[in-house]
Design a protein around this ligand. Structure first.
Ligand code: ZN
Length: 340
């Protein structure tokens, strides 16, 4: 390349780099690159001795003009950068910095769902009762008509601690405590944590949450149970939700039923969430077995009652369209931030 057009290229590059340089440090880098001791322009000026006398004169003149131009441009850019810096310092604020956002906490989606369930039942006249998570066999099993040698106990895998202590496998233990400490009428719900030695996967966890309900009085019927649950389903999932009961077996209720709602995703048409049948199982319920009343000293000839129970994680997963229960316990802020 001829050395004169090489000088033109250097000028072009210099202008582009100078325009892109923000701040004094970047400007100094540009200065060193072009007019510094080993800079591009300096190199050309030093090699003038190798050129013919005519070219030497022409190139020398042009290079010296460029050098002066470069130095002036850098010095004026540097002044400008210093002025900006001083102004920012004086103003005490850099409007180009990103703002500081307040990181507000929020309730965990399980807490939100549990509170919504609780609110619905409280509005129907239920009070909230709580009980121990470490429990004895009597409260977790025997008083609920699940004797030690009964095959139904197999369905209730349980963490045993020591002696006859265990981590409760359902919140039904609280029903027994409530009935032992007050005469009928009883109208209470029992929200809380429960534990089962399940292998953790997308739908199982060794710890999860339940809300159970209990109503005991004279003349409580299955129709009362159905009415209460129907009210709950509509309040929780929407007025258009339909509910159905399927016969089932639980040791502590007789008769017992599993309760389905019409699929909230496909409105009952059939989809992946409801396995194509249009219904979602959400809770278990039934009329309190007279044996349970015997265990707590209630007159089973005078009183009747209903009980129901549901898994909070299951309901939260359906409500929010979450397909993996493990997300609730990983404390990933990107997940939790979606439930404000
Ligand atoms: Zn569906």
């Amino acid at each position: 390349m001829d050395i004169l057009s090489r000088l033109d290229d250097i000028k072009k590059d210099f202008k582009a780099e100078l325009a892109a340089a923000a701040g004094e440090k970047a400007l100094e880098e540009v200065r060193i690159k072009y007019t510094g001791r080993k800079g591009e322009l300096t190199r050309i000026l030093r090699s003038l001795g190798d050129l013919s006398p005519e070219l030497k004169k022409e190139v020398g003149k042009k290079a010296n003009i460029l050098k002066k131009e470069f130095e002036e441009a850098i010095s004026s850019s540097r002044e400008e950068a210093q002025q900006i810096k001083a102004r920012k310092k004086q103003e005490g604020i850099d409007v180009t910095l990103p703002g500081i956002t307040e990181r507000l906490g929020s309730l965990h989606p399980i807490t939100q769902t549990m509170e919504k369930i609780n609110d619905i039942f409280v509005s129907l006249g239920f009070r909230i009762a709580e009980g121990p998570e470490i429990e004895t066999e009597f409260y977790n099993f025997e008083a609920l008509n699940i004797p030690l040698d009964h095959p139904s106990r197999d369905a209730f895998d349980t963490f045993y601690i020591e002696g006859e202590n265990l981590l409760r496998s359902h919140t039904s233990n609280v029903q027994i405590h409530v009935m032992q400490t007050q005469p009928p009428p009883v109208q209470a719900i029992m929200p809380g944590r429960v534990y089962r030695p399940d292998t953790v996967d997308a739908t199982h966890s060794f710890m999860f949450h339940q809300v159970e309900g209990l109503m005991v009085d004279e003349d409580v019927t299955f129709a009362d149970l159905k009415g209460t649950l129907s009210m709950f389903c509509k309040s929780m999932f929407g007025e258009e939700i339909r509910m159905r009961l399927r016969p089932h077996f639980f040791p502590f209720t007789e008769p017992s039923a599993e309760v389905d709602i019409s699929c909230i995703m496909c409105k009952g048409k059939g989809c992946r969430v409801c396995s194509g049948n249009g219904w979602l199982e959400i809770l278990g319920a039934g009329m309190v077995d007279p044996k349970v009343f015997e265990a707590v000293g209630y007159d089973a000839g005078k009183y009747t009652g209903y009980a129901f129970g549901m898994g909070v994680e299951r309901i939260a997963m359906l409500q929010y369209g979450i397909d993996d229960i493990r997300l609730f316990y990983e404390n990933d802020i990107r997940f939790l931030n979606q439930f404000r």
